[in-house]
Ligand binder design. Structure first.
Ligand code: A2P
Length: 312
């Protein structure tokens, strides 16, 4: 029998701060008080890392749960993200996030996508949306703005104390190379949060980021909505063999690969179980790693940012 334990391990960021390797994802934890209840449960059972984003529309619930939890603020690692319509003014966006969260600072502020969206068609002032042009396409700013300009502005944020660290999300190797090579680059991102799971193992991206001192975080680690990976044959076999759940197999596989993993759940029992991981045998680890080689790779989160193509 394998030993399942609450995962308390941390990884050091290039800022010197420690980040817990298992964090609670909160994308789609928005309905009613789903986000509030999930974060309260998570903090109660031992999670010390909560991931949200302005566009998830749940910062209010998430922050309230953090504040109501009784866990000292400095024991919780909190991440939120800059939405694409606010890339021209990340400081203002972060201040708004903190107001919604009811927090004085976050531990990590990420550029959500390497894409800027023009807010010009937004009439009601709510920037947390996806503006579209008259032809129905997303209003992507391609000629007059880019992620390098956004990063230059984000680099001013750690000195304000509003965030302890800054990072990026959904960045490919080529886009990171461009960012690091830009003349205005002074800070190496602490983090790159990307879609990552057994059907999208991203080994090359992980190796590249680690070589630059950038930690990787896996979003949609179970395959996103409804966790399609948990009905995959090999994962079920490994789960049965070890007397654990399929989710525990997948989350443990992520942990063993040496990065941060952000399983999302609003279900109390799953929140408890998802923090408990074990060490896979080499045979089981290799079997899970092999799934994408047999079934082919599959990216699930592919928004249309044309003409910008993020994953090249
Ligand atoms: P729920 O929130 O109802 O638990 P990902 O982390 O890859 O984005 O996956 C999230 C999806 O996986 C959600 O549909 C979530 O549903 C479901 N999920 C999370 N943990 C488990 C688990 N332990 N077993 C089954 N499904 C899970």
């Amino acid at each position: 029998m394998v030993e399942l334990k609450n995962t308390t391990a941390t990884i050091k960021l290039n800022t010197g701060a420690s980040i817990p390797v298992v964090g609670l994802g909160t994308w789609r934890s928005t309905e009613a008080d789903d986000g509030y209840k999930a974060v309260r449960k998570a903090l109660e059972v031992g999670y010390r890392h909560i991931d949200t984003a302005a566009i998830y529309q749940n910062e209010g619930q998430v922050g309230k749960a953090i504040n109501d939890s009784g866990v000292p603020r400095n024991e919780i690692f909190v991440t939120t993200k800059l939405w694409c319509t606010q890339q021209h003014n990340p400081k203002e966006a972060l201040e708004q996030s903190l107001k919604r969260l009811g927090l004085d600072y976050v531990d990590l502020y990420l550029m959500h996508w390497p894409v800027s969206l023009s807010p010009r068609t937004i009439k009601d002032g709510n920037l947390l949306t996806i503006p579209v042009r008259e032809d129905g396409a997303r209003d992507v700013e391609i000629s007059d703005w880019n992620f390098i300009k956004t990063w230059e502005l984000m680099q001013e944020l750690p000195a304000t104390g509003l965030t302890k660290a800054i990072g990026i999300s959904n960045f490919s190797i080529n886009n990171i190379k461009d960012l690091l090579a830009s003349p205005g680059n002074k800070i190496v991102p602490a983090m790159n949060q990307v879609e990552l799971h057994p059907l999208l193992p991203q080994q090359e991206l992980i190796d590249f980021c680690h070589s630059k001192g950038i930690i990787i975080e896996a979003y949609s680690p179970l395959g996103s909505n409804n966790a399609p990976l948990l009905t995959q044959k090999t994962i079920i076999e490994v789960a049965k063999k070890n007397n654990v759940t399929p989710a525990q197999v997948v989350i443990s596989w992520h942990v063993q690969r040496g990065y941060v993993v952000l399983p999302k759940s609003v279900n109390a029992d799953r929140i408890v179980a998802n923090l408990k991981t074990f060490t896979l045998s080499k045979e089981d680890f290799d079997a899970v790693s092999n799934i994408s080689k047999v079934e082919g790779e599959k990216r699930i989160v592919v928004p249309d940012w044309s003409p910008f193509v993020p994953f090249v």
